[in-house]
Design a protein around this ligand. Structure first.
Ligand code: C2E
Ligand code: MG
Ligand code: MG
Length: 680
């Protein structure tokens, strides 16, 4: 058989084949498949050197080896140059065959690799995409095959499990799995679960793993299934730590008071709602305590807000100590707290209220500053006082307010009549008007004594009312009411005339005494106030320097310009002006300087704690120093002890007023006292 005569044999083959002459390396025959693979007519490739159909330099060497008889049965890959000059990848097998025994030829079989290459490329792209996907997810991924051998993992997996680099390099699955197990807090449970998963190739499940590092991972595992057979398993791990932390933070912000960390009103509302539902079922009772710090404003104003904040934190902690776990303490306003006592009756509420009073009554020491605070508490009970949180809070607030009115530092249960029910207000107002008609009001006079020589410097006129039915009614009770109803104008006018009358009596008797009267804000704001003062003095013939007006700080901060011109008009009359209850309002140095004021009266609240209370010492000391700088004289109110007086004297306070010398006295009693005082 010659190469040319073996055409039918070649054509019978499925693959592209050609015969190459071993000497000339020219193509001597080829089959149809070969012709269509290279895209040439047989005339165009027959007798052509085979190297012309190759495309790479290596092929030259290859065919040289073939020519030298060194190659037989060689399977390799190559590029075949085709008709249009395009090179196509082929698999090539070259074998020596003997069609006649003298002369071998080379049989070259070629397989088109284009499709396979395309599939490979697609596969590679797919793999690259997969790898990118695996790496781009925020979750850690671990893929194992059916036998549990690790196939893939991503970088996040390495991070989450903190896998050491050497472990990654050795690629020892057993060590890797042991490392993971050692990271978990409950190793036994972790292993049990893995065994269960391994035992059920189709299992899908989600677990939460707590790591020893404190991290919390969510593990989701799914079988990897292809054509309904399980190929392996994918584990994905998600870090829940930060999400949980953030969630906790958000919850904390929404439900707590930032300063004290206590629950806020929202959380209180939720807890009370739960308690209300339970109470409706089982008939239990509970208490709401409204706690308001006494004198906190002074601390805040005199020692600064940052300091005030720390006081609030400390106060909150103290109140919290008096409560049980089931109770809720919440801060509702600057210095206002609500304690919600679960399953408490009036008896229990009273015990807690007393404990809070006791705790907050203990001295505070912050930054070596020593001061006392105290608080006022109102108590409301469910279900007697209200059936919603809002009404209960309102009632407790009203009761607390009552405590404040009556001198603070105490607690009270809400009583229905407490809402100063219109009825009693109306009654009191009516009684006041009648008392005025019947001339039942009196003035008492409380001496103001010089701290340097004990002389009398003046007296404060204090109104007194003894009602047939109500008994002695304190001005602290009826003055606020009269201010509300406007009746204070009538009272104020009467006080002015009466005080001036008395001052004229003493002036005429040759014992002139400066008489101070208290002026209410509403009275001061009356358009004819200055005229009234002027005519009272003129009509009675009083030396104007014998009259002093005590104004409160609240008068001064309203409508500054109007106030200023009125004060100047009063000063022009020759009367003197004092600020009463100094320290309890909003005085600022800036306006004190502007006003024609000659005296400050330090409120009793700051004197009570002297000399022991450091906060009071600081406030009183600063007030006196400030007054001296502004050339104002200072009278300390409510001095009851020798120690208070001595301390004030050391601070160069001019005068004091208080029970230590005398309470307010009727004019004739005052005259007797006056006779005993040193004369200057
Ligand atoms: P205020 O003007 O600050 O008067 C001082 C109050 O402290 C008086 O109470 C006085 O009796 C009391 N006090 C004086 N020394 C001491 C002491 O050593 N210890 C204690 N615990 N208290 C002392 P009062 O008379 O009950 O008056 C209360 C408030 O009623 C007065 O405070 C004043 O704001 C108002 N008020 C009194 N009389 C009048 C008035 O005629 N007109 C107006 N508008 N208000 C008046
Ligand atoms: Mg006064
Ligand atoms: Mg006062």
């Amino acid at each position: 058989m010659t190469p040319t005569s073996c055409g039918p044999l070649l054509d019978a083959m499925i693959e592209a084949v050609c015969l190459v002459d071993p000497k000339t390396l020219r193509i001597s025959a080829a089959n149809q498949v070969f012709a269509s693979l290279v895209g040439l007519a047989p005339a165009d490739f027959l007798n052509k050197p085979v190297v012309e159909m190759t495309s790479s330099p290596e092929d030259l060497f290859f065919w040289e080896d073939v020519a030298a008889g060194l190659a037989d049965n060689i399977l390799s890959e190559s590029l075949l140059r085709c008709a249009d000059g395009i090179a196509i990848p082929v698999e090539r097998k070259v074998s020596r065959v003997w069609f006649n025994p003298q002369e071998p030829v080379y049989l070259v079989g070629l397989r088109d690799l284009r499709q396979q290459r395309q599939v490979e490329e697609q596969l590679e792209t797919r793999m690259a995409e997969l790898r990118a996907t695996l790496e781009s997810t925020g979750d850690g991924v671990l893929v194992v095959d059916v036998a549990g051998v690790v196939r893939h993992y991503n970088r996040r997996f390495v991070e989450l499990w903190n896998i050491p680099t050497d472990l990654l390099e050795t690629r020892d699955d057993t060590v890797l799995f042991a490392h993971m197990a050692a990271c978990v807090q409950d190793e036994a449970a972790y292993q049990d679960r893995l065994t269960a998963i391994a035992g059920d190739p189709k299992m899908e499940c989600t677990d939460v793993l707590l790591l020893r590092s404190g991290r919390m991972l969510e593990r989701v595992t799914l079988p990897q299934i292809s054509r309904s057979s399980v190929l392996g398993r994918v584990f994905s791990f998600r870090d829940l730590t930060e999400r949980l932390d953030a969630q906790k933070r958000i919850e904390a912000l929404a439900y707590t008071d930032v300063l004290t960390g206590l629950p806020n009103r929202l959380l209180l509302g939720q807890r009370v709602a739960v308690a209300l539902r339970a109470a409706q079922r089982n008939g239990s009772t509970f208490a709401v305590l409204f706690v308001d710090l006494d004198r906190f404003k002074n601390i805040n104003d005199s020692l600064g807000h940052a300091f005030g904040d720390r006081v609030l934190i400390e106060a909150a902690a103290r109140i919290q100590q008096t409560l049980r776990e089931v109770d809720t303490l919440c801060r509702v306003g600057g210095d206002e707290f609500i304690a919600f006592l679960q399953e408490a009756d009036a008896f229990g509420a009273e015990i807690v209220a007393r404990r809070i009073l006791e705790k907050l009554g203990q001295a505070f020491v912050l930054d070596t500053v020593n001061f006392s605070l105290g608080c006022s508490i109102g108590v409301a009970m469910y279900p007697e006082d209200g059936r919603t949180l809002d009404t209960l809070i309102q009632c407790a607030d009203t009761a607390m307010f009552r405590v404040k009115e009556r001198g603070r530092g105490n607690f009270r249960f809400y009583q229905p009549q407490m809402n100063v029910d219109l009825l009693s207000r109306v009654k009191m107002d009516h009684a006041m008007r009648q008392a005025m008609e019947q001339g039942l009001f009196r003035l008492h006079y409380q001496p103001q004594i010089s701290l340097c020589d004990g002389r009398l410097l003046g007296v404060e006129a204090l109104i007194r009312w003894r009602d047939a039915e109500l008994g002695n009614v304190s001005p602290a009770t009826f003055i606020p009411l009269a201010e509300e109803s406007g009746f204070i104008i009538t009272i104020g006018n009467w006080v002015l005339v009466e005080a001036v009358r008395q001052a004229v009596v003493w002036q005429a008797a040759g014992r002139p005494v400066v008489v101070s009267i208290n002026v209410s804000a509403l009275q001061f704001q009356q358009g004819d106030f200055v005229e009234r003062v002027a005519s009272a003095i003129a009509d009675a013939g009083l030396d104007p320097s014998l009259l002093e007006l005590e104004l409160t700080e609240s008068i001064l901060i309203k409508d500054i310009n109007e106030t200023l011109s009125r004060l100047h008009a009063l000063a022009a009359l020759g009367v003197s002006l004092a600020i009463d209850d100094f320290g309890t309002g909003y005085s600022s140095l800036a306006y004190l300087k502007k006003f024609p004021i000659s005296k400050l009266k330090i409120d009793r609240a700051f004197v009570t704690g002297l000399p022991a209370d450091e906060g009071d010492r600081a406030i009183v000391g600063a007030t006196i120093a400030m007054a001296q700088a502004l050339k104002l004289s200072v009278v300390a109110e409510g001095v009851e002890t020798g120690a208070q007086r001595d301390f004030l004297r050391e601070l160069h306070c001019e005068a004091f007023q208080g029970f230590l010398c005398s309470p307010g006295l009727a004019a004739e009693d005052f005259e007797k006292l006056y006779a005993t005082l040193p004369k200057g």
